[in-house]
Design a binder for this molecule. Structure first.
Ligand SMILES: [Zn+2]
Ligand SMILES: [Zn+2]
Length: 370
């Protein structure tokens, strides 16, 4: 039942054929064998960029390094400058990864700019000891500062400008987390990100559905000679709505989530040829039997970009425009190889394997809102 809804329903006939052939262990015909994705990147923290590691990645078939750019402390800046230099001297291309919404620096300096946990209380199952807000307080999603409101939009843009200021120009900049924070409506699901402030206790001025599109345009002006690639996270799924599911009985899937998701994604997809898709399947707890194989969710992610916009009145986004972000941390080499193989079969134009953790956690934090 769930399998039908979540997988086969979304799988195009051709891809299903390839999937079945590979399940049966039969080689697909040459026409059906997916060609190697053009982009084959490795996300690395600056301290992991050694000449030895770069050589190893080249031998393993990677063709670019996506360097994590974070923090403005002197040692962080010099570490990433050194890393960029080593990458530029290697055979691999240089790209950057910037985490946008999950930002302790801005969350600590401006708690009011954080996303909030309002309306639904289901998230409390994850934090049973969290205090209840008084009338003057609001529960925030620490340390998430999404760009969906006016104040954080400008502050995040300034922060990124500083991060990139003393770095050599990259081929591409990946901007992660341009949507709302996890548990948007309070359901507790890390994938529910359609809004950053869903309730009456507002501490910021919300922007329109094109906030992410405008943000990407603004970053393009900072790095005019580089491609800027927004990285998007898929929304909740039907099975998440079960009482023991990630949305804990909240009707997110049939509610606003995907509708709002599409409204934000559609203008972004019109303005940007390439879109990243965040798919660390284990970190997102998507290693479930309903996806067929352990990392089968990756296939679902790709198909959802083609199907879900169409269901909500927008154009589907073809796999050939997607770069999948795969999980390379806390998993073995076999797991990475399997993810790459599923990504390749799905027809995406690229994948980047995150060998450094892409942090997605959050915790509730009370603040005064008036
Ligand atoms: Zn949702
Ligand atoms: Zn939800």
């Amino acid at each position: 039942m769930l399998r039908t809804k979540n997988r086969i329903h979304l799988v195009r006939n051709g891809m299903l054929a390839i999937a079945l052939l590979s399940v049966c262990g039969m080689p697909a015909s040459s026409e059906e064998v997916a060609s190697k994705p053009k982009v084959r990147g490795a996300i690395l923290a600056a301290n992991d960029v050694t000449d030895g590691r770069l050589q190893e990645l080249g031998e393993e078939g990677f063709n670019s390094v996506v360097l994590l750019v974070e923090g403005n402390a002197e040692e962080q800046v010099s570490a990433r400058q050194g890393a960029a230099k080593r990458i530029n001297s290697s055979s691999l291309g240089l790209c950057y990864w910037i985490e946008v919404a999950r930002c302790p620096e801005l969350a600590d300096a401006h708690p009011a700019w954080m996303a909030s946990l309002q309306t639904h209380d289901e998230w409390r199952r994850l934090y049973p000891d969290a205090p209840k807000p008084t009338a003057d307080q609001v529960m925030k999603t620490y340390p998430w500062v999404p760009i969906l409101s006016r104040e954080p939009f400008t502050a995040q843009l300034n922060r990124i400008e500083k991060l990139l200021a003393e770095m050599p120009p990259p081929a591409a900049v990946y901007l992660n987390d341009l949507q709302g924070a996890p548990s948007a409506c309070g359901c507790g699901n890390t994938l529910c990100r359609w809004t950053s402030d869903y309730g009456k206790r507002r501490t910021t001025v919300p922007l329109g559905d094109d906030a992410a599109t405008l943000f990407v345009e603004a970053v393009k002006k900072v790095v005019p000679n580089s491609e800027v690639i927004p990285v998007w996270t898929t929304e909740c799924e039907k099975h998440d709505g079960a009482t023991d599911g990630q949305c804990a009985g909240v009707g997110c899937y049939d509610g606003i989530c995907w509708k709002a998701y599409v409204k934000q994604l559609a203008p972004l997809a019109q303005a940007n040829k390439h879109i990243g898709a965040l798919a660390p399947y284990r970190a997102f707890k998507r290693d479930l039997p309903i996806y067929g194989e352990p990392c089968g969710w990756i296939r679902f992610v790709v198909e959802s970009f083609a199907e879900m916009p169409k269901r909500h009145g927008a154009d589907g986004i073809d796999a050939s425009r997607l770069t999948l972000v795969l999980q390379g941390w806390d998993v073995g080499a076999d797991d990475v190889a399997k993810q790459i193989s599923v990504a390749t079969e799905s027809g995406v134009s690229g994948y980047v394997v995150a060998f450094t953790e892409i942090q997605q956690d959050w915790k509730p934090k009370l603040i005064h809102w008036r």
